[in-house]
Design a protein around this ligand. Sequence first.
Ligand code: CP3
Length: 343
Amino acid sequence: MTILNKVISGEKKSPPPIWLMRQAGRYLPEYRQVRSEAGSFLNLCYSPKLASKVTLQPIDRFDFDAAIIFADILLIIENLGFKLDFNEKKGPVIKNCLINGKLDIKYLEVNKSSLISIGETISLTRGKLEKNKSLIGFCGGPWTVSTYIINGGTTNSYKNCIQWAHNNYEYFMEIINLLVEVSSEYLIMQVQAGADIIKIFDTWSGVLNKKDFNDWVIEPTYQIVKNVKEKFPDVKIIGFPKNAGYFYEDYIRGTCVDAVAIDPDIDMLYCQNTLQKMSVIQGNVSPEILRTGGSAMKNDIIKTLDAFSDYSFIMGLGHGVLKDTPVDHVSQFVDIVRKYERR
Ligand code: CP3
């Protein structure tokens, strides 16, 4: 079993295992090199050789305990007939998004071909990765992925999206259910190809009220977890309902995930006293602090380790590494964690 798998199964490790969201990315010069060779972000995602190469770059440089497969949560929407593009400035752009257009059920025809190459990336990477390191596969939470299908990109206001969902409830639930189905199949394929941990990213779950959070985040995630575990009972699943606040408890109870990743905004004492007693947690130094570095970063890392080391814990960030993060800060982060001794 890998170190990360042992910790998610409840073993305590001191110092804890480390990996970071977006550990492969633009802050690394070797990533920028391969990215420019690939020509576009999507070409990179769909090229198993290059995607595997960038997946392993942060492991070679920082010796993290896990690699996360290089892809994106939005690739799956191409399987439902949506046209995905990544713009240097705006990020993801979906031209045939639903908010401006007519509802057209023909978009919801499933075509699985575009994700086959991700399986190849996974087997290539597993072959090269040390046996004690985990390979993390992932998908987006159906709610978060649906916001991109509806809005056509990232927005500052999810009110429009929530309203659209309520105004077109049946169609919206059809999208959610379809995303549950294709995401489950996608994750099962990833485990078959060699992923030993799965993470479900629900980045925009923090904008929902309790009922919508239950119906659009918890219930669909529970279905995905159930589908994957029916095939692979031993695979470990990490959930990330970012900014869910006090709903983290409902999420842990309702989804049956094995671990939860927590964001930097959540109250630390609440996590320690409540969430850590319910689940293994992964957290949660802020990406801004990593970018700042120096004593601010050091203090935050120590504070996090002091708070969470009584239980099995995975060390990481509360969200992804920012693109202007100095590479040295990441080396220092790993160094501080690996030298940590419980006071
Ligand atoms: O190292 C890893 O974490 C694995 C690869 C990975 C990427 N995206 C690569 C990526 C993972 C796990 C994701 C998840 C993802 N993608 C999420 C959920 C996690 C989160 O960050 O909240 C979301 C919401 C997306 C959608 C997405 N992809 C956006 C909004 C953007 C643009 C903003 C940005 O950060 O650039 C992307 C692009 C993207 N995904 C990049 C990378 C490395 C940058 C693209 C580039 O190199 O040009």
